[in-house]
Design a protein around this ligand. Structure first.
Ligand code: B4P
Length: 184
């Protein structure tokens, strides 16, 4: 199964991706996690990404796309993957389309996590990551509306929309039910 997860910051993409990856036995590829791992390892890429993440802006496409292209070249992705937080704008979506086309692959579905801005602000403030302060969260929400939300139209034929408010396990059940209905 090859899936993309889309949703505003704090929608629970990472939380659900982990559970879905375990159930489907495919790797969970989170661009946010990959950037944070680079940051911890003090790589050049991590240093570059940090200033954008701290501001709640998107890391430049060439950096992000290169990182994802490398990751999708790893052997464990042949059985499928869950892309969490990528693509996040139409240019990244076009790059993903090319990467998959070169491999003769297609996405099975794009799962959209639907949740109100005010709900996620409370969730994120409770988590306390360094980019979880109110100003940065508001900017991440603006970036989502302006840059990421247009992807929903780009992926309209593959889109599976999930109400992302509720218990974590309940939401996972909704995802698998919706994927089944979609025929994925
Ligand atoms: P990400 O790491 O992708 O973070 P996110 O969108 O803010 O969080 P997510 O939706 O995964 O929420 P989570 O499950 O963690 O991005 C961070 C930054 O990285 C971006 O701002 C950007 O700078 C950069 N970046 C990443 N990808 C990029 C790309 N493709 N291009 C350019 N830049 C990129 O959940 C959040 C909280 O809610 C947690 O505390 C969780 O426990 C809680 N929660 C989850 N589900 C819940 C539920 N059902 N009820 C209550 N709480 C819940």
């Amino acid at each position: 199964m090859r899936l993309v997860l889309v949703g505003p910051p704090g929608a629970g993409k990472g939380t659900q991706a982990e559970r879905m990856a375990e159930r489907l036995d495919v790797p969970h590829i989170s661009t946010g996690d990959l950037f944070r791992a680079n940051l911890r390892d003090e790589t050049e890429l991590g240093r570059e990404a940090k200033r954008y993440m701290d501001a709640g802006d998107l890391v430049p496409d060439e950096v992000t796309v290169g990182m994802v292209r490398d990751r999708l070249g790893d052997a464990d992705t042949t059985k499928g993957f869950i892309l969490d937080g990528f693509p996040r704008n139409t240019a990244q979506a076009a790059s993903l389309g090319e990467i998959l086309k070169d491999k003769g692959l297609e996405l099975d579905a794009v799962v959209q996590f639907d949740v109100e801005d005010e709900v996620v602000v409370q969730r994120l403030l409770g988590r306390g990551r360094s980019d979880d302060n109110e100003d940065t969260i508001r900017n991440r929400q603006r970036v989502y509306r302006e840059e990421t939300a247009p992807l929903l139209d780009h992926y309209r034929d593959q889109l599976v929309t999930i109400d992302a408010v509720g218990e974590v396990g309940e939401i996972t059940d909704r995802v698998f039910e919706a994927l089944k209905k979609h025929g994925a």
